[in-house]
Every structure is written in structure tokens, then in C-alpha cells.
Design a protein around this ligand. Structure first.
Ligand SMILES: NC(=O)c1ccc[n+]([C@@H]2O[C@H](COP(=O)([O-])OP(=O)(O)OC[C@H]3O[C@@H](n4cnc5c(N)ncnc54)[C@H](OP(=O)(O)O)[C@@H]3O)[C@@H](O)[C@H]2O)c1
Length: 232
């Protein structure tokens, strides 16, 4: 299967390429997803069976400082990718975020209400809307971090299904190539960010979030039943 990966130089993309060396993974200079004509011709020339779309502006501070750049990459860029798939048999797999859920109660299923809490998540949700136009599509809602937690403190009152990228990437790859469509949650067990961090960094200190905030909703944990039925 010929896979075209966007965002190949990123945290997830690097891990995905470690797992599957045959992917076509052009850098953002060669394949800038903001360039509609460039995207269309690159996709037509490379004729992938599957596009694994992981390119995005992901840093909240960058997004707040320059919202236009996030709109261009996360929304228009994803529209460009989706349009390049229309009228073809290309499968489009999009990496979205657990932050599209409201984040106040956790255990979110794929069909639960969505209410993004910050601009990053809104741009990812807009990308989801574009991806839905492609008949063979998969939207993966997930959360992951680098292989080690390198911050001094981690919240002990914030829950999620966040897991390390080396655990999430194989699941994403498996789902991408499985006969599954629509929306799919992927994550690890529900736990606090402190418990997540302490697993690989025993020196991390427990700190308190003290309530939900737009950039840090209190509980975005995921119901993983659909993933688990697929993984059997
Ligand atoms: N990290 C998380 O916790 C998390 C959670 C849920 C979902 N996600 C989603 O998972 C995906 C991967 O996240 P990540 O953390 O691996 O991201 P990342 O490390 O921030 O990497 C972002 C990637 O996007 C590329 N990119 C940015 N602008 C581009 C453009 N105009 N054209 C083409 N490529 C462009 C970057 O390429 P350059 O290096 O060349 O700029 C880089 O390869 C994203 O879609 C993100 O929204 C992430």
C-alpha cells in the first residue's frame, strides 16, 4: 500500500516513519499543504492509496500569537488535502485531537457532543469537517506526548487518555490500514497527567490545575470501546 504522510518531521510523523520506512513523506517545503495547486499535483503524481494527514500547527502559544497561520495550515491545508482526494479512491486518515470534546466529564465516545475549548481544537474540528467529504475517510481523535515527560511538574487533577507517542503511533498505523471509517478514538488508559508523567519520569512533581481552562480542560479521557473491538 502506497502511503503519503504529511507532517513527517513532527513528533508523530517521526515515530510513524520509524515504524513503516516505505512511506512517502515529503517535507513542508516540497509539499506545503497551504498550496492548493501544489497539493493537487503532488497527490496526482504520487498516486497514493492512502494519505495519512498529520501536518498541523499544534502549539497553542503559536496559534494564539498568529491565528491566521493556524487557519491556513489546519483548516485550508486540510481542505486542500481533502479536495485532492475527491473523485479518487484515495483513503484519507486525519489525526485530530481529544480536545474537540467538551472536556468536563471524560469517557467520551465518538458520537458524544463536541465543543472545542480553544482555537487549536476548533481548527482541528474544521479539518474534520473537510475530511468528511472524502468517502473513504478516518478521523482519529487522540492525545500523545514525547517518549519522555521532561517538565518539572504535572497536573494531578487533570485526566485524559494521553499516552506516549511510541505507543500511539503503532495504533494509528494499524487503524489507518484497517477497514474502519468515520471517527475513532485512540488512546491509553484514563489517568491523570501526573500518573502519565510519573510512568517515565519518577522525579516529576505533582501540581494542581485547580479547575478547567480553555487550554487545559479537566477531563478529555476517551471511551476506547470502538478501538478495542477493532484491536481484538
Ligand atoms: N501532540 C499532540 O498531543 C497531539 C494530540 C492530538 C492530535 N495531534 C495531531 O497529530 C498531528 C501530529 O502532531 P505532532 O505533535 O506530531 O505535530 P508537530 O510535532 O507539531 O509537527 C507538525 C508537523 O506539521 C508540519 N507542517 C506544519 N505546517 C505545514 C505546512 N504548511 N505544510 C506541510 N506540513 C506542515 C511540520 O513540518 P515542518 O517541521 O516542516 O514545519 C511538522 O512535520 C497533528 O495533526 C496534531 O494536530 C497532536
Amino acid at each position: 500500500m502506497r502511503i503519503l504522510l504529511t507532517g513527517g518531521s513532527g513528533l508523530l510523523g517521526t515515530e510513524l516513519q520509524r515504524l513503516s520506512s516505505g512511506m512517502l513523506a515529503p517535507g513542508s517545503r516540497e509539499f506545503d499543504i497551504r498550496d492548493a495547486a501544489g497539493v493537487e499535483s503532488f497527490v496526482a503524481d504520487s498516486a497514493p492509496d492512502l494519505i495519512l494527514h498529520a501536518a498541523a500547527v499544534t502549539n497553542n502559544r503559536d496559534i494564539e500569537a498568529d491565528p491566521a497561520a493556524a487557519l491556513d495550515v489546519n483548516i485550508k491545508g486540510t481542505v486542500n488535502i481533502a479536495k485532492a482526494c475527491l473523485g479518487t479512491s484515495i483513503r484519507l486518515v486525519y489525526v485530530s485531537t481529544d480536545y474537540v470534546y467538551k472536556g468536563d466529564r471524560g469517557n467520551y465516545s465518538e458520537t458524544d457532543e463536541i465543543l472545542p475549548s480553544n482555537l487549536y481544537a476548533w481548527t482541528k474540528l474544521a479539518g474534520e469537517a473537510a475530511v468528511r467529504a472524502v468517502s473513504d475517510h478516518l478521523i482519529i481523535r487522540t492525545s500523545f506526548g514525547a517518549t519522555r515527560f521532561d517538565y518539572p511538574g504535572a497536573f494531578s487533577d487533570k485526566w485524559s487518555s494521553k499516552d506516549y507517542v511510541d505507543r500511539i503511533a503503532p495504533k494509528i498505523l494499524k487503524a489507518a490500514t484497517a477497514p474502519v471509517n468515520g471517527v475513532l478514538n485512540i488512546g491509553g488508559p484514563r489517568r491523570t497527567i501526573y500518573d502519565y508523567a510519573a510512568e517515565r519520569n519518577p522525579d516529576v512533581k505533582s501540581i494542581a490545575l485547580g479547575g478547567s481552562s480553555p487550554d487545559s480542560p479537566a477531563d478529555t479521557s476517551l471511551n476506547l470501546d470502538r478501538w478495542e473491538s477493532l484491536d481484538d
